[in-house]
Design a protein around this ligand. Sequence first.
Ligand SMILES: [Zn+2]
Length: 1029
Amino acid sequence: MYHPPVLKNRRTLLERSEKFISDTYFTDCNLRGRLYGDTHQLTSLSVSQTAKRISYSEAVQQNFQPCKVGDAFGSTWWTCWFKVVLKIPEAWRGKEVHLRWESDGEGMLWRDEQPVQGLTKEGEKTSYILSECLKQNEPHSITLYVELACNGLFGAGQGSFIAAPDPNRKYTLQKAELVVFNRDVQELLTDFEMLVDIVKMLGEEDQRGYQALFTANEMVNLCDPTDPDSFSSARSLAQKFFSQRNGQSQHIVHAMGHCHIDSAWLWPYEETIRKCARSWVTVVRLMEKNPEFIFTCSQAQQFQWVKNWYPGLFSRIQYFVQKGQFIPVGGTWVEMDGNLPSGESMVRQFLEGQNFFKAEFGQYCKEFWLPDTFGYSAQLPQIMQGAGIDRFLTQKLSWNLVNTFPHNTFFWEGIDGSQVLTHFPPGNSYEMKGKIEDLIKTVKHNKDKGRANHSAVLFGFGDGGGGPTQLMLDRLQRVQDSDGLPRVNMSTPDRLFSELQAESGLLCTWSGELFLELHNGTYTTQAKIKLGNRRCEALLHDVEVGSCLALSQNVGFSYPTKQLQELWRLLLLNQFHDVIPGSCIEMVVEDALEYYKEIQKTGSRLLLSACHALRSTPWMEVGSGTAVLNTLSWDRTEVIALSEEGAQSRLALVKVPCVGVASLTDLAGSVSKVTVTVQADGTVRMENGLLQAVLDRMGHLVSLLLVQTNREAISDGCFGNQFVLFDDVPLYWDAWDVMDYHLQTRKPVVDVIKPVQVLSSGGLRGSVTFSLRISAKSSITQEVILDANCPYIKFSTQVDWAEAHKFLKVEFPVQVRSSNATYEIQFGHLQRPTHRNTSWDWVRFEVWGHKWADVSEHGFGVALLNDCKYGYSVHQNIMTLSLLRAPKAPDANADMGHHEFTYAVMPHAGSFQEASVIQHAYNLNFPLRLIPDMNNIRPWSMFTVSSAAVILETIKQAEGKNNSLVVRLFESHGSSVLAVLSTPFPVKEAWHCDLLEQPNYSRPAEVNDSKVSLTFRPFQIISLLLRIF
Ligand SMILES: [Zn+2]
């Protein structure tokens, strides 16, 4: 029965209830103060500290020293193994008994040689249930181990969480004891918390909020914290409130446990392995107690780690996957960056990921899952679909700085027209806590009200791991169907997307990229990681092509399947969304560069052995000559250096057929030579019959003439190759962000150390060099290179870089007027405006692209090519390539040191498609490779493609099929074309297949002898499974 009403004072009633459950105020007399009962000391506590991450079996062999609560341990990145010996008092029979453990750092509890639960205060996991109701026959004397990682959920940033880690931090043990846990108090506290939050979140205009207010107030009246017998009447009042049901039209929340674990970020890869174990073992434990609990989990790499290091836990996970509670999602090897990986890398993310999920769990993922990356390529919808996925869950676009993305549930259409059903949880978080606030936000912020009546709520601590807690489950359980709130179903991604699909008639479509209006510095930060990625992508491509050439010719050749898979997996790992963007700490950078080194070393060896295997074929033999390998699908005639000794190296002009090999024959006599002339005014003119360039003493490109049309590419009175330096101080996210206002701080680099001088005066190659001072500590040395027969001029650049919060770019003001510039993306290209009409346009002041960008008017254009850069901008007629940044967090030494990179400028007649800009950008990135000790009898091609629009991107051995190849082609011009793929081999079988290499047996390829006819839509990717030997 309710107490009679008092004053109409919402505030006092609300705060009264809040104080009743406060952990700060009135704990001497409130309900919170009764959560724990008697305590009991541990029998003994001792510790062993180590700088390494060691296994349990190794750890328990160590020497343990006595320690006590209040002691400090560490420093950062160390591990403390605590040995906990305890004895539960007999008198606690019938009680719920916990080990209460509160410490800094991330803990993992081990019992009977197995990990059993995470114990991380930051993740609200501070107690381990020893017994739910102590019985006589239960063990009372127990020995446990706590493995404490000396780092927080978010690493150990000094001062700010994204600052470089503090290596000297200490980690304190604050509590380690046995305690009686009053479950009935906990249940009542959760009731109160939910009611109080309903009052607050529904506000003063909602009558349901007032009903919650009076319910909570009356519960305080009924509840005497000292008398557990009084709890039940209070609980029934709460239950009565919660069980008042919703109408049928209410929004439906699909609650799913989740734990976003960055594969490396403010901590190294090695720690992530333990983060996965700590988080997932806790999830498994929750599943044992809560059979309705569902958890979604992405990233095959993390599963692989747990499989290797925690096989017992992995088999429990497999069990819960089969039960449908632990749900693998995403389909990729890691949650990769959505912008920078190449098209083929993205394919491999899915290939390695989906194959892993299939092999370990018997199922492919149905959803792509990428909540936390810094933009999403417009080619992703097609790649997803090729990997058997037509649903996508993401979140990050809610971080847009300027424009609010207009949809939460919509169809996303890629550059080829592929569509995927896409959902952004409207609550704008992938780490909710199951609170009322999360539910209200989800309904309120849904931008597709009336169109989509279902939304995801992902709950669980994330980024640094942690995951869901029992409390989160208890909260959600109370409001499954409670009037005034959305209905809450513990659900799966499959159920959510099926519901959305079933009612998708009113959904809108977003076409093109999902550009994140933030974190645009990540296209440039950590230049060596970007370089490593680009080089290794090219090398693995070449190893696969070379190995397929060898396979086709030499029955004894063994395709390096396993080594290639290992190298690909390393490359894919480094594409994680805090590694390739450069938003990670220095330890991660060191690991990443080490992995690239490993790929380079092993990859080069594999390529060489593939090439050597070609020497016993009808067209190759061992000999004193040299052959040249072209792994690209067009014939190339290029100047090649025969040794690596800089300007003095011997050069040759060679012609090599597509996907093939030719002997090194110097064709120097057949083309016009390069001339380099120092002119009377001190400028230098370089010509090769295609281009005529003039450089001033500072290395400025004052003129660049396309000889064929006598067309000047550089804007009148302007300088191309103008280095510019900007102040680069973002608002917060240092390594991540470059803000719009940096553009106002532009300063040309004008201090000459060494003026232009001729390095190579002509012949097959002309080159000049010069040096500029950026500051007292930083300088640029550049070699400007013009080769015979080459339609672009190359800028081979070395920078010694020791700046703080500066951004180095290079500008080319070009004589072209166009409202759009074109940028290469994965398997295609897209356009972005060169003007700043709307907020959607001007916020793209720094954008990403891959190997080239182009700005063209009808009949003429200029392309900017590069061999390892990703950041661009084209504003009006000024094309800018972003070169180096100098952020100080989270890596205080980011990008400091020596850098080498090359970019090139290519003026062209006609469109960039007609001028083969795409092919030339490939040429710059995939150098012709010399094969020593080999005599070539005749030039030979394994494949030719009839259409210039179609690029044969990939040739590899089919997964699990030794006698078959997969070839992947894509339409690169944005046109509908017919193309014929030819090979000297008789094609025995040819099937269209998807990106997972599953043949479509209803769709044999159209084969005529050794020619396969293909029809392409704009930007279409076609994969074929071929048996040719
Ligand atoms: Zn993340």
